[in-house]
Design a protein around this ligand. Sequence first.
Ligand SMILES: Nc1ncnc2c1ncn2[C@@H]1O[C@H](COP(=O)(O)OP(=O)(O)O)[C@@H](O)[C@H]1O
Ligand SMILES: [Mg+2]
Length: 133
Amino acid sequence: MRPGFVIFLKGNLGAGKTTLARGILRGLGYQGKVKSPTYNLVELYNFSRLYFYHFDFYRFDDPIEWEEAGLREYFNADSICLVEWPEKAEKLLPVADLQISFNIIETGRNIEILAGTEAGRQCLNDWQALKHS
Ligand SMILES: Nc1ncnc2c1ncn2[C@@H]1O[C@H](COP(=O)(O)OP(=O)(O)O)[C@@H](O)[C@H]1O
Ligand SMILES: [Mg+2]
């Protein structure tokens, strides 16, 4: 992942979206507490010169207020944005570089990752190369 990245996390309540967000933040070196943005809709993490926004649009019900509050400005070239429940704010959001869909299965979670942009495809290719090295 690099600055500018947008990731959508899709799946039912309890599917593991916040848990993965937490894992990504840990992987990037963030050591503080990671809470679910369910009530605030967005949490900001500013570390290692990175702006990392974690959204949860489950309770999103006022698109006009958010548009006026500058929602689109969060999605800029210097920030990484992770979005739970993107389908609830779809019209206001940019295209995702990666879309990760979660399904609960007996043995854990099944996830499907789709790249929506060239940067997303590059990220998946790099990841595959890492896995096989
Ligand atoms: N891959 C996983 N395997 C097993 N349990 C998981 C996994 N991901 C999340 N959980 C558990 O499921 C519960 C809900 O996860 P959470 O990430 O809050 O879901 P969501 O944000 O999609 O609503 C938590 O108790 C979490 O520990
Ligand atoms: Mg969640």
